[in-house]
Design a protein around this ligand. Structure first.
Ligand code: ZN
Length: 328
């Protein structure tokens, strides 16, 4: 009897606390990942990087995009494959973005994205960390959402982008093809006076290194960098996340740039080598699956979902993007 009263009192107190904290009823704990997620992500990445090379516009890339779509279907999801042909600095090429939308109710989208293509012209290049790790990460998150079916406020899009790598040096017609395409598609749905269709684009690249340390380049949206730094310091199981001293060209850039001007951020581990401070595995045949680890993928995913949850709760989202969270 005593115990029961105590339990009721605790429940009532919890209800009072919750009424005051403004948390959403559906927040639940969807952002907590099962412990085996890292192993699953690693298995996806391992299988995926056997499809190599996956240079944009080649049969390898076509096989890679089909494989990603097939894995998403196996989870019971209905992926979209957006394929198009364009003139590039290195000839006419066909690209394919593969993505899946988990619908929300707000009419706005938060994007989690990474690239799957490989850099061309590197003999023996599998792109395990550079291309493979983001595929493993995003497939693992998609699988988790497929199993949990969270009730999201925003539509959550998980996108596997093609053509991130430049053949020569980055230019309007070389590199970032998939992100440029998707950013323009979101921009085309923008309505004057309405809230932007995209709340934020979160890009993940090279996120599986055994010695994982994620960096945020300088050329990102400040409120997202702020939210990311807070998330990393307040969430258990996150990798180290720090602000880099330099800008980086990656798939977040087309989302940021005019005329799109969406909020966007990139997370990248740009210290990928044989010893601390070295970067000698990047864009070499050394970028192989033995250099990445399930634990690192799990830590990146833990961080990604904690940040996504923070954006869903809306504390740091500027009111121009959407109104502040309701106070109950
Ligand atoms: Zn690369």
């Amino acid at each position: 009897m005593e115990l029961r009263h105590a339990a009721i009192a605790v429940t009532a107190a919890a209800a009072l606390l919750c009424a005051g904290c403004g948390r959403r009823r559906t927040a639940a704990d969807w952002f907590l990942l099962p412990r085996d997620t890292g192993v699953r992500m690693y298995a996806y990445a391992s299988e995926f990087v056997r499809i190599a090379p996956r240079d944009a516009g080649t049969p390898g890339a076509a096989r890679a995009s089909r494989w990603i779509a097939q894995e998403l279907k196996r989870m019971g999801l209905k992926p979209e494959a957006d394929c198009w042909t364009e003139n590039t600095a290195h000839g006419r090429k066909t690209f394919c973005n593969v993505y899946i939308d988990f619908p929300g109710t707000s009419g706005q989208t938060v994007l989690l994205a990474g690239h799957y293509d490989t850099k061309s012209g590197i003999p023996g290049f599998a792109g395990a960390n550079d291309g493979g790790s983001s595929v493993g990460l995003l497939l693992g998150i998609a699988e988790h959402f497929a199993e949990r079916r969270p009730e999201f406020r925003d539509t959550i899009r998980i996108a596997f982008l093609d053509g991130e790598e430049a053949v020569g040096s980055y230019a309007d017609t070389d590199g970032l093809h998939g992100s440029r395409r998707m950013a323009a598609q979101f921009a085309a749905t923008r309505r004057k006076g309405a809230r932007p269709p995209l709340v934020a684009a979160l890009v993940f690249d090279m996120v599986g290194d055994e010695r994982l340390s994620l960096e945020i380049p300088r050329n990102v949206t400040p409120w997202l960098a702020n939210a990311a730094m807070k998330t990393a310091s307040e969430t258990r199981g996150c990798p180290p996340v720090s602000l880099a001293s330099n800008a980086i060209i990656d798939d977040h850039v087309p989302f940021l740039m005019p005329p799109n001007e969406f909020a966007a951020i990139d997370f990248i581990d740009f210290e990928y080598g044989s010893a601390p401070g070295r970067h000698d595995y990047w864009h070499t045949a050394e970028d192989s699956i033995d250099k990445i680890s399930p634990r690192s993928l799990l830590r990146t995913a833990t961080f990604a979902l904690a940040l996504l949850n923070r954006i869903e709760e809306g504390t740091e989202v500027p009111s121009g993007i959407r109104p502040p969270p309701e106070r109950e």
